[in-house]
Design a protein around this ligand. Structure first.
Ligand code: LLP
Length: 425
């Protein structure tokens, strides 16, 4: 009899005694590509995008994928082919999306620290919109645009001071953060942008945070922005675009989050309730499109039993997945061992990096043996894209499961890649 069990409602299944991602065995992937490695499900990524597209996208409404979540070129291309635009925060991200053939008219550019060069380049390529995060930035854009004699399309990023209820490092819509222009100063910014010759004020933008697990903050933000738009109108400032940012959370553990469908429906309703239907609207989603489509496979090097604790030492570390160290994030860890005789132990799953913060999971119960493969879930977003070479460790390969085949989409770094830019004097 075939026994199938979905792990954490994701594409990982326990089938016929082995762990499979979209019907490809994790063990085979680990054997063929080595560990650690990232594995993504094409089906899961396109499935998430199609869901929000079906519910939300129209002539006037678009989803722009937030490149920072996972910037692998194959993933960007997949989303481009499905009709996505792109939300970027650096020239590196701009290069990536131009490389896969994205239309600059479907790229928005956010970030608090845009340099003169960054602004000049984005104006010259004809970007859809620069999301401006301060009056100082607005002045710089105006100066560059007048020098180039090209109108710069801008949206003012406001900071609506809404608590999204997420970890403090990813709650960006509060006045205590560096993001956006607060409600007290925003009128000055809008007035300045409205009157400058080479600034084309097209919209308003906000992004209140990430891993938001309820719908209320999203709705509150729409209502707050509708009020601002009214206030602007009474000052003869008319906008065409509202960029609502991203932030929809995903299931990591047993946290309940709204589905993409519920989120899309709630946003549609909030747009209608606030009479915003005439505006062009952009959503900048990252995590909810790719987060649960990715896994990190890692091998158990040692099981170290200490008097205080048991440590399962694996070959992936905080350099591959920094979320547990940085945000105290919880990722599901499953062991794909076939040997059911292994005793279950309470353990910390830790990497080889020389830091106490180098843990992937704490106080986990696992039946595990040396050389077993562990699968860490929800590693599609903010895992590979936040990885580093700390301890001079090469970045792992990335693999995508496409139509039942495991295909490499980023080769493992060579050690020599790590110092190829260095100069011995
Ligand atoms: N738009 C802007 C302006 C953003 O700053 C972000 C994320 C997004 C959109 C996409 O948000 P999402 O839909 O992915 O929540 N490294 C953290 C998350 C940082 C999010 C930064 N901004 C983590 O691993 O939880």
């Amino acid at each position: 009899m075939m026994l199938t069990m979905k792990i954490n409602k994701m594409n990982l299944e326990h089938k016929n005694k082995s762990y499979m991602i979209d019907n490809v065995s994790c063990k085979e992937i680990a054997n063929n590509f080595g560990t650690p490695c990232f594995v993504y499900s094409e089906e899961a990524i396109s499935g998430s995008f199609k869901k929000i597209k079906d519910i939300f996208c129209t002539e006037k409404r678009d989803v722009y994928y937030s490149v920072k979540a996972n910037s692998n070129l194959t993933i960007l291309k997949l989303l481009l082919n499905l009709g996505s635009g792109f939300d970027i925060v650096s020239m590196g991200e701009l290069d990536r999306v131009l490389k896969i053939g994205a239309d600059p008219k479907k790229i928005v550019y956010s970030g608090v620290g845009k340099s003169e060069k960054d602004i000049e380049r984005s104006i010259k390529i004809g970007i859809h919109c620069i999301n401006v995060e301060s009056i100082e930035e607005l002045k710089r854009i105006s100066m560059i645009a007048s020098k180039l004699k090209i109108n710069a399309p801008v949206a003012i990023r406001v900071n609506p001071n809404i608590d999204p209820g997420s970890h403090e490092y990813i709650a960006t819509g509060l006045n205590s953060t560096k993001f956006g222009i607060n409600l007290n100063n925003m009128m000055d910014a809008f007035s300045f942008a409205h009157t400058e010759d080479f600034i084309n004020l097209i919209g308003i933008d906000y992004h209140i945070g990430s891993q938001i697990e309820t719908l209320e903050p999203f709705i509150e933000a729409v209502t707050s922005v509708a009020k601002i738009i009214k206030q602007l109108k009474s000052n003869q400032i008319d906008l065409q675009l509202i960029d609502m940012g991203g932030g929809l959370g995903i299931t990591y553990k047993n946290n309940n989050v709204p589905s993409i469908r519920e989120y899309g429906e709630a946003i549609n309703k909030a747009i209608k309730d606030n009479n915003l239907e005439d505006y062009n609207i952009i959503l900048e989603l990252g995590r909810s499109l790719v987060g649960n489509a990715g896994y990190l496979l890692t091998k158990v090097e040692y099981i170290k039993k200490d008097s205080e604790k048991n440590y399962v030492i694996v070959d992936a570390g905080m350099d591959n997945l920094i979320r547990p160290a940085l945000y105290d994030a919880w990722h599901n860890i499953s062991c794909i061992n076939v040997n059911k005789d292994a005793e279950e132990i309470l353990c910390d799953v830790v990497g080889p990096v020389c830091e106490c913060a180098d843990f992937l999971g704490k106080d986990r119960k696992l039946s595990v043996q040396q050389n077993d493969i562990l699968v860490i879930s929800s590693c599609g977003a903010y895992a590979s894209s936040m990885s580093s070479n700390y301890n001079s460790r090469p970045r792992p390969a990335e693999i995508i499961i496409k139509k039942g085949q495991a295909v490499i989409i980023s080769r493992k770094e060579e050690i020599s890649d790590l110092y190829s830019r260095e100069i011995i004097i």
